[in-house]
Design a protein around this ligand. Structure first.
Ligand SMILES: Cc1cc2nc3c(=O)[nH]c(=O)nc-3n(C[C@H](O)[C@H](O)[C@H](O)COP(=O)(O)OP(=O)(O)OC[C@H]3O[C@@H](n4cnc5c(N)ncnc54)[C@H](O)[C@@H]3O)c2cc1C
Length: 390
């Protein structure tokens, strides 16, 4: 069994690493200063500039097929790069990307939505959650009623990332109540903001915030159906599935950076005449953090590998998301503890991570939903204990 990277994987990973450390990490000081002053840490235009700079290094569209100008990297490689991205607290991501389900667009939709999104000219958001349907996504009520060659959308979506900035939304709506959500009764629509939906920012404990979207008789032409009529829920689950190994991949990067800060601090902060790292209490926190970080790494890489093997990745991705999200919360908590009062200040990134990583246990499937999936798979015999080696 070979746990190492091949030369090509290492070269790509190292180039991403060099870019993040040279071009993005130096912006953190200013980001923290602006946020302390109550301003946005980084402007969209500044992020865009970084993405275009990365494009010159060849980093454009990690998951985007080559025919659309992307790198079309295997999931494992994407995971490794997202870990590098996690090293910076700047909310950076490489450009040239689009929601995975937007690739279901037909050729007219590709011109109007997909390509401009890849190029960064248009901003999308994905909306399935509603005030009465979060974990229980199959309980969505936002309705789409056919009227001639149009559909009329009514209802509300909530907690939508980018909902306040997006100029179009991918909205999963109920098109046939009788068929039910799992029986082909939902459809995904591409809905421009100009078609009439409104958004309201929701303040959260993390940096930035999602929005609620209100649809009040919003008229959408049939040509804006994404994929097939009746395929909405399926596309929604596909969108969510991708995040389940990318989210913990990103968390690994945060964990590596934060743990290194703790190690450095433990070696230099002196109390009672010796570095705090000489105390067993501190050593144990470091040991537990490193052990859990490594455990999460192999769960994440196995989930990504499962995608690349063309196997059903749901079980392994749920384990990676569940464990990775919990791990990073415990790790950042320990790193804050090791830094004492300094960890609690806004001079260092730790308190920001502390707020930011809490979300990981909630969105794109709560801890409880991941546990539900993992246990159900075993209880119903869909998967074997021991995974692919069983
Ligand atoms: C910042 C942020 C960004 C988001 N971005 C998006 C987005 O871009 N698009 C989108 O569509 N959605 C988005 N979401 C929504 C997110 O996916 C949901 O908040 C999440 O799925 C949980 O749903 P809920 O908030 O309705 O909680 P609920 O489903 O009401 O759950 C409340 C609690 O009960 C638990 N629970 C529920 N059912 C069970 C059960 N059967 N057994 C045990 N425990 C249970 C849950 O785990 C949770 O702890 C975002 C949320 C946030 C906070």
């Amino acid at each position: 069994m070979d746990f190492s990277l091949d030369d090509e994987q290492r070269a790509i990973r190292d180039t991403a690493r060099a870019f993040i450390r040279k071009e993005v990490v130096p912006l953190e000081h200013e980001l923290l200063r602006r946020e302390r002053a109550g301003q946005p840490g980084i402007e969209r235009s500044e992020l865009r500039e970084l993405q275009l700079k990365a494009r010159k290094f060849g980093f454009w569209g990690l998951a985007t097929p080559a025919e659309h100008g992307g790198m079309d990297l295997p999931a494992l490689m994407q995971s490794l790069i997202w870990t590098e991205v996690g090293h910076t607290l700047v909310p950076f991501r490489f450009g040239g990307e689009a929601d995975n389900i937007l690739f279901h667009a037909d050729s007219a939709q590709q011109d109007e939505y997909l390509r401009p999104t890849i190029e960064g000219e248009r901003v999308s958001c994905f909306a399935i959650t509603e005030p009465g349907a979060g974990s229980d996504a199959a309980n969505i009520k936002l309705s789409a009623r056919q009227d001639g060659d149009d559909w009329i959308l009514n209802g509300e979506k909530t907690f939508i990332t980018n909902g306040n900035d997006a100029d179009f939304a991918i909205v999963v709506a109920v098109t046939d109540k009788d068929k039910g959500v799992r029986g082909g009764g939902t459809t995904a629509f591409l809905v421009d903001r100009e078609m009439g939906w409104r958004s309201e920012f929701i303040a959260t404990m993390g940096p930035g915030g999602p929005a609620s979207l209100v649809f009040d008789d919003v008229r959408v032409p049939s040509r804006n159906i994404l994929g097939e009529l009746g395929q909405g829920f399926e596309l929604g689950m596909k969108w969510i599935g991708k995040g389940r190994y990318i989210i913990p991949s990103h968390a690994l990067g945060i964990g590596e950076r934060a743990l290194q800060m703790a190690v450095d601090y433990a070696n230099t902060r002196v109390t009672f005449g010796k570095p705090i790292g000489e105390n067993q209490a501190i050593q144990w926190m470091i040991a537990d953090a490193e052990t859990e970080l490594e455990a999460a790494r192999w769960l994440v890489l196995r989930a990504a590998w499962t995608v690349d093997q063309g196997m059903d990745p749901r079980h392994s991705s749920s384990m990676a998301k569940l464990y990775g999200a919990g791990m990073i919360n415990r790790l950042v908590d320990r790193v804050m503890q090791i830094h004492g009062g300094m960890g609690y200040t806004r001079e260092l990134p730790i308190e920001r991570w502390y707020r930011q990583v809490r979300l990981l246990r909630i969105y794109e499937g709560t801890d409880e939903m991941q546990r539900l999936i993992i246990s159900r798979d075993l209880l119903r015999g869909y998967t074997k204990i021991g995974g692919h080696l069983a």
